[in-house]
Design a protein around this ligand. Sequence first.
Ligand code: UD1
Length: 376
Amino acid sequence: FRILCVVGARPNFMKMAPIMAALSALRPHVDVKLVHTGQHYDVAMNHQYFEALGIPSPDINLEVGSGSHAQQTAEVMKKFEPALDEVQPTAVLVVGDVNSTIACALVAAKKGVPVIHVEAGLRSFDRAMPEEINRVLTDQISDLLFTTEESGEENLLREGVAAHRIQFVGNVMIDTLVRNLPRAIPAATIVADAGRPGLADGAQGYAVLTLHRPSNVDDPAVLRTLLETAAAIARRTPVIFPLHPRTRGMIEKAGLNHLVEGPNVLLLPPMGYLEMLGLMKQARVVLTDSGGIQEETTALGVPCITLRNNTERPITVEQGTNTIAGQDPARILAIYEEVMGGGGEAGRVPRFWDGQAAVRIAAALQAWMQNGCQTS
Ligand code: UD1
């Protein structure tokens, strides 16, 4: 048996690290290969994650780079097909919901190679979000679907996916968090290295802000409103703001730099995994439009204010520390005030977010292979 694992963009790396580790325990019965599509290519978005998380170097690099959705997805497909022909895997394993996920799943499915999808079934029910389209389509062509929370199974069953294909295994991203928490880089070190020692030491603590969704950063009016809201928060609490390349580009293009240049805002380049973990762990509050950070803050018990109108990860609201705030400044500030006043749900860590999800996946894959790659 041979499993070809696919990564492409930053949020894939922390999901794949524990899967690669758990699958390597199945050797020599299972051969594991890794392909990197190159959707993300900057050192800050890419190489430093491989190093920090101990992910083996990819066996194959497709080096597709950036482009429109059609260009990027097509480029991954064109370059992944010969790689698939060369490796001849028993199955292709994809994670998450980025363009590389759907592109490689589609190539494999059309060639009759079974697709395994980790983090299946999440739904925002918002088709304006490119990842929602990637999620729905990938799940439809997957043979084995591993879910992170109970809502995933409900969504998949409603969409007609056979129950025997679905397994609730928990959250591999939290496997990575549990494993690396002791190595998290302290916030004090990060702000000192950035030339702002003491920024994180005040009685108010600090807030962490991340923004990268097209719906928040591509429209200059929306971006301006969100940055003005961040500036208002910074008058009370220092705001640490690591900038995704897309966001940095849009702030410059829209001429909004002055909004994030105040003395209480610290702009940083994209953080490495251990740096981001340290920043989140000690934060008073995290404001974000990321999917993964909603889950990581729930696992850490840190309040999260989600700057979107919906979430595909409802358990972070129902059980965790997440509040959906949208883009309205008054609502964001009201939730922020509540959190700073000590209000809001304390939250608990959801079932199977325990560091063992990848081990469950490896066990399920072993059983599947022993059953002739059949789920029933
Ligand atoms: C992608 C994912 C998104 C995920 C995010 C995490 C899709 C549809 N979107 O969005 O789900 O949350 O990654 O980061 O797959 N760029 C660089 N260096 C890089 C990569 C990108 O400068 O290494 C810049 C380029 O200008 C590029 C832009 O960022 O055009 C967007 O990159 P892209 O991969 O298209 O999507 P993300 O916004 O990163």
